[in-house]
Design a protein around this ligand. Structure first.
Ligand code: GLN
Length: 304
């Protein structure tokens, strides 16, 4: 087995010297306050050994990484009926693009772009009695950590500036692909994106995607086929119009968020999370992508 601790420490110190760290997201005003020099990485292997470097215990906004978790909750609740309302094809477009939605009659390309995640949020709002509480409870369960919570300021900040998401939700509603009120669904969506977690907590949450649906507490949340599908979606759609690049450079299923986090998994081997707030032009963490490329190269461990 590779010496993960030495490897991730080497990665953290190599990236410390990189000057071009990307740009912190500013379209959600609360996120623009984050220090671009933060960097954390945490890896948990199949035996639940933990390896950490940098700011791996610091909380950050998980943003779109939450889409994998909401999809999981939804898939576990309603099963394959979800695919009647959202497709499973890569979009090749930025995460907030609306054009395909019109071409494809209100069926989002996949659940990991914004429009798809808004449909997933709608299904959760329809099927849960207290959607925000129950979703948070699910995340606390899979992470085995009751301290995880929403950041109301970030949710409010996005609500005030989330015009594209408001447009997407209205477009979905016009095609009959949103059952609940636009405002109610978006309130849930903005809250799920506002959840704050550390690299370590997220690596613990993503453990179940490398462990056939079973979380660290031994509880099965998804069956093997469902995990296969979610990992396939992460690989093909987890980085929007940079999914090809991530598969090419890193070679793992993963998901990014505009808070600068990236979570990735190697089935049966490890789950790993990086955090560096500076984003590249496609909205993915610039140093996070480089860190994971180095990880799979130095360990010679990628799914390919
Ligand atoms: N890529 C992301 O992380 C985007 C999430 C963000 N909350 C949005 O909807 O725009």
């Amino acid at each position: 087995m590779p010496n993960y601790q030495d490897i991730i420490e080497a990665i953290a110190s190599e990236l410390n010297n990189v000057k071009e760290k990307g740009t912190v997201a500013s379209y959600i005003p609360e996120l623009s306050k984050i220090d671009p020099n933060k960097f954390g990485i945490h890896l948990v292997d199949s035996q639940m050994n933990h390896y950490s470097a940098g700011d791996a215990d610091e909380l950050f906004s998980i943003q779109s990484i939450s889409k994998v978790l909401s999809l999981s909750k939804c898939f576990a609740l309603v099963g394959d009926s979800i695919w009647e309302r959202v497709d499973v094809e890569p979009s090749g477009d930025p995460f907030n693009h609306l054009s395909l939605l019109e071409f494809e009659n209100g069926i989002p390309r996949n659940p990991l772009i914004n429009a798809g995640a808004i449909v997933v949020a709608d299904i959760l709002v329809s099927n849960l009695e207290n959607p925000k509480d129950e979703f948070l409870y699910f995340i606390r369960q899979i992470t085995n950590d009751d301290s995880i919570t929403y950041n109301e300021k970030v949710a409010e900040s996005e609500k005030n500036t989330g015009f594209k998401n408001i447009a997407a939700a209205n477009l979905l509603k016009s095609y009959g692909n949103l059952e609940n009120d636009v405002d109610e669904v978006l309130d849930f969506y903005f809250h799920q994106c506002s959840i704050e977690m550390s690299c370590k907590q997220l690596a613990n949450a993503f453990y179940m995607f490398m462990n056939h649906g079973k979380c660290q507490r031994g509880k099965t949340h998804l069956n093997i086929n469902q995990v296969k599908r979610i990992n396939a979606l992460m690989l093909t759609c987890g980085f929007y119009d940079e999914a090809g690049e991530f598969a090419f450079e890193v070679g793992l299923p993963g998901k990014s968020g505009v808070g600068g986090g990236i979570a990735a998994v190697f089935p049966d081997k490890f789950s790993v999370v990086t955090w560096s707030p500076g984003l590249n032009q496609k909205g993915n963490s610039k140093l996070g992508m480089q860190a994971l490329e180095k990880l799979t190269t130095k360990t010679s461990q990628s799914i390919f």
